[in-house]
Ligand binder design. Structure first.
Ligand code: SAH
Length: 252
């Protein structure tokens, strides 16, 4: 069976079988679990996922050619492949599920926001990202790359940078470096009741990351909050817990 490779859809397919196995083995699995694969492509990871017994599997792939290819190559899951843009997908399962994928790099941030939205039901995520993006999500305060998604993902998940994936593991080799992340749900360790408000706080603080928080947050915090000494700092100096304290004290 032949297929084309579409650059516009980030189609860099894994062809190093050891690497495919290594990535798949990073996800916890057990009979009865639900699993969403994002962007299965030609099934590099899929064939190993389907070796797991008793899992409830759904894949979402935007490219009609790959969907048809997968349905022929894996008849057992032909009804489990949804042809759709992941960003337009509503939550695919009732109850908790895990997510795996070699994500299309051009939409990795919106995919992470989707995962954040579905977070109460997302048990674990193993995903491949552009290496810089993966390192950014895993980074902490004081780092130049620490940003909105680092704080938001770490507020809900344990974030682990697992390993690099060499360009030669893909056909065609991407021009950027790649890395694999694991996110394990911590089940709302900070008891953030209004996620939308928390997200808005973190986004507003980082949108003007060179300003002090006093200036960056002027529009969304009450006057007394702006007098606090923590407001002399910049967003990148605050830990996840610091952001949570500001949210709890003034925005809840
Ligand atoms: N998992 C495969 C393919 C990874 S490439 C492998 O490792 O070999 C990324 C895949 O995501 C491609 O198959 C591409 O068609 C698909 N994709 C790109 N944008 C998408 C979107 N918005 N929604 C769903 N799938 C998408």
């Amino acid at each position: 069976m032949q297929y084309t490779l579409k650059k516009s859809l980030g189609q860099h397919f894994l062809h190093d079988e050891n690497m495919c196995r290594k990535i798949v083995s990073q996800l916890k699995h057990s009979a009865g679990m639900r699993l969403l694969e994002i962007g299965p492509g030609a099934g590099a990871l899929t064939k190993y996922l389907l070796e797991w017994e008793g899992i409830e599997y759904i894949a979402i792939e935007i490219d009609n050619e790959k969907v048809e290819y997968l349905r022929k190559a894996f008849p057992a899951i032909k009804d489990k492949i949804i042809e759709k843009d992941i960003l337009k997908l509503t939550i695919p399962f009732d109850g908790s599920f895990s997510v795996i994928g070699n994500f299309p790099y051009n939409i990795s941030s919106p995919i992470l926001f989707k995962i954040l939205e579905w977070e109460p039901q997302v048990e674990e995520v193993v995903g491949m990202f552009q290496k810089e993006v993966a390192l950014r999500i895993a980074s902490g305060p004081g780092s130049k790359v620490y940003g909105i998604l680092s704080v938001l993902m770490q507020a809900f998940f344990k974030v682990e940078y697992l390993f690099d994936v060499h360009e030669n593991c893909f056909i065609p080799p991407p021009k950027v470096k790649s890395g694999v992340l694991r996110l394990s749900n911590l089940h709302d360790p900070f008891s953030i009741e209004d996620k939308r408000k928390f997200i808005n706080l973190v986004k507003t603080a980082f949108n003007q990351r060179r300003k002090t928080l006093r200036n960056a947050l002027r529009g969304i915090l009450p006057a007394d909050a702006l007098l606090k000494s923590i407001m002399d700092k910049r967003a990148e100096q605050l830990s996840v817990a610091d952001f949570v304290s500001i949210y709890k004290e003034y925005l809840k």
